[in-house]
Design a protein around this ligand. Structure first.
Ligand code: SAM
Length: 249
């Protein structure tokens, strides 16, 4: 099996430092390695990801996941010590699992509507002994209306799940007032900013910042959108299953 830690490890260690001002410990490196191997193995039965080459996996799944919570290369401001994070539509566990590995003190909930993906993730959690992750099967539209989840997370992360306004409608109800929704995107335009601002206003959020960056290996353009929840989300949001995508805000 292709080995992620060798021969890439020395150069990756430098890139982590240069780009995120952070270095994984030996344990974290080994957890990243195991995660890679388990995802490749899971891919044989489940359609988990098309990203399977080691460098691509490192850049698009590991690095990209962590970059979203490290604006301006600062981990701390967006992720309070011991804070709670929900990853909505986590798929094979991205961005949530790399974040849980990098921040063992934070509590990460991985939400997906597909049972078999969550079942697969549970095998990863056991193998990697990741005790700071919980899993949740369900639709964001329903989970966002449940009192045990609504307004309870410091940060909601959402990558590759829908349009920006759909992501905002899934994410903002779940974060506490003062909390943050982080939407991971590829390209971004000014028109999208206007549409997202309009959606965020209706959901009790504002666009705090939009960060553009390039990935370290392939120089691909990425954006992360940081929405701050300034007032409570009105009770009608998120709307019923399917409505956010059929009729986006
Ligand atoms: N976030 C992962 C990533 O970036 O690699 C996976 C993205 S995958 C393209 C989208 C995932 O979102 C799928 O696993 C799907 O089951 C889940 N999903 C889509 N709509 C959802 C919803 N309304 N609630 C919960 N999960 C949803």
């Amino acid at each position: 099996m292709t080995n992620l830690t060798s021969p890439l490890l020395p150069e990756m260690a430098e890139i982590w430092q240069q780009t995120l001002n952070w270095q994984p410990t030996a344990l974290q490196r080994s957890q990243f390695q195991q995660l890679y191997e388990l995802v490749l193995e899971g891919n044989r039965q489940l359609n988990l990801t098309r990203i399977t080459e080691p460098q691509e996996f490192w850049e698009k799944h590991l690095w990209d996941s962590l970059r979203g919570i490290a604006p301006q290369r600062q981990f701390i401001p967006v992720l309070p010590e011991g804070g709670s994070v929900i990853d909505i539509g986590t798929g094979a566990g991205f961005p949530g699992i790399p974040i849980a590995i990098a921040f063992p003190n934070c509590k990460v909930t991985l939400l997906d509507s597909t049972r078999k993906k969550i079942t697969f993730i549970e095998t990863i959690l056991t193998t990697l002994a990741l005790t700071n992750i919980k899993t949740l099967i369900g639709r964001a539209e329903e989970i966002g209306q449940q009192s045990q989840h609504r307004k309870t997370y410091d940060i909601a992360l959402i990558r590759a799940v829908g349009t920006p306004s759909v992501c905002a409608e899934y994410a903002l109800p779940l974060v506490k007032q003062g909390g943050l929704a982080v939407i991971y995107r590829g390209n971004w335009t000014e028109d999208e900013t206007t549409a997202l601002q309009n959606a965020a206003n209706q959901l009790g959020g504002v666009i705090e910042s939009i960060e553009q960056f390039t990935t370290p290996l392939t120089n691909s353009i990425r954006h992360c959108l940081y929405l701050r929840k300034v007032v409570n989300t009105p009770v009608q949001f998120p709307r019923a299953i399917g409505i956010p995508t059929q009729n986006p805000l």
